[in-house]
Ligand binder design. Structure first.
Ligand SMILES: O=C1O[C@H](COP(=O)(O)O)[C@@H](O)[C@H](O)[C@H]1O
Length: 267
């Protein structure tokens, strides 16, 4: 117990982030759902009119769609949902992140349709990014950077997160909150993505990464390596919390201290 406590605190002090390793994807998903529920309660009980949540696509969709509806008495009527990135394809396309969440999650929670901020996939990519940025500004009533309560991020095996890819000029974007990309190395090529200033303005950023294919890149991102920092390593909220939720295969190569929370642990 003492050792666990010591490891946990040294991990937090050294890096300002929490790296948590779960014994299964199910345990991870259920802790993630609890974390969202508790952050929503905190946001709403401290006088906020909504709890704002940014979703990512990829493997996160099925984890969240399974675990979030299982939270007892979850009330999402005051949630505001946006997307950290989105692929520029029709919502009916299997590559559409919105389309996947619509089919797998939104019908199972009581989120009002008008509280889901999605891109307009009929627009050309540049206009689509501008239109989405303007939807976010309106919803957050700000001309500045919208500050999400929680952003959920994934990470590809190349270290990309959102649609921010290694060595891509978009990593230098400092003016826009949302940007278009037309040359995504991962298909589909046209996408819309939050930029690093927007991601790092969030109150809480949670990465979810599972499976052994992520182990080498996780080692690089969390413990350092040769070459320029990978996009996921550039996520470091200016003032907010940063969590990395991993399963054992994804964490297999890590040697720095991590937390291993027991079932039902509160984050
Ligand atoms: O293309 C994308 O990939 C990342 C990572 O996906 P994963 O399946 O490796 O978890 C995802 O976070 C992003 O939203 C998506 O557009």
């Amino acid at each position: 117990m003492f050792l666990w406590t010591l490891k946990r605190s040294s991990s937090r002090v050294m890096s300002g982030r929490r790296v948590l390793v779960f014994s299964s994807v199910g345990e991870l998903g259920s802790s993630l759902a609890q974390l969202l529920s508790s952050r929503a309660e905190k946001a709403l009980s401290s006088g906020g009119s909504c709890f704002s949540l940014g979703l990512s696509g990829g493997s996160l969709v099925s984890i969240l769609s399974k675990e979030l509806p299982a939270v007892p008495n979850l009330d999402c009527s005051k949630w505001l949902i946006g997307f950290c990135d989105e692929r520029l394809v029709p919502f009916s396309d299997p590559e559409s992140t919105y389309g996947l969440y619509k089919n797998q999650l939104f019908g199972k929670i009581n989120i009002p349709e008008e509280r889901i901020l999605a891109i307009d996939p009929s627009l050309p990519v540049k206009e689509c990014a501008e239109d989405y940025a303007s939807k976010l500004s309106k919803a957050f009533s700000t001309e500045k950077i919208p500050v999400f309560d929680v952003l959920l991020l994934g990470m590809g095996p190349d270290g990309h997160t959102c649609s921010l890819f290694p060595d891509h000029p978009l990593l230098q974007e400092r003016q826009k909150t949302v940007a278009p990309i037309s040359d995504s190395p991962k298909p589909p090529p046209q996408r819309v993505t939050m930029t690093l200033p927007m991601v790092n303005a969030a109150r809480c950023v949670v990465f979810v990464s599972t499976g052994g294919s992520k182990a080498p890149v996780l080692k690089h991102v969390l413990e350092g390596g040769e070459g320029p920092a990978l996009p996921a390593a550039l996520v470091s909220p200016d003032q907010g919390e940063l969590f990395w939720l991993l399963d054992e295969p994804a964490a297999a190569s890590l040697t720095s201290p991590v937390e291993r929370p027991g079932p039902g642990a509160k984050l």
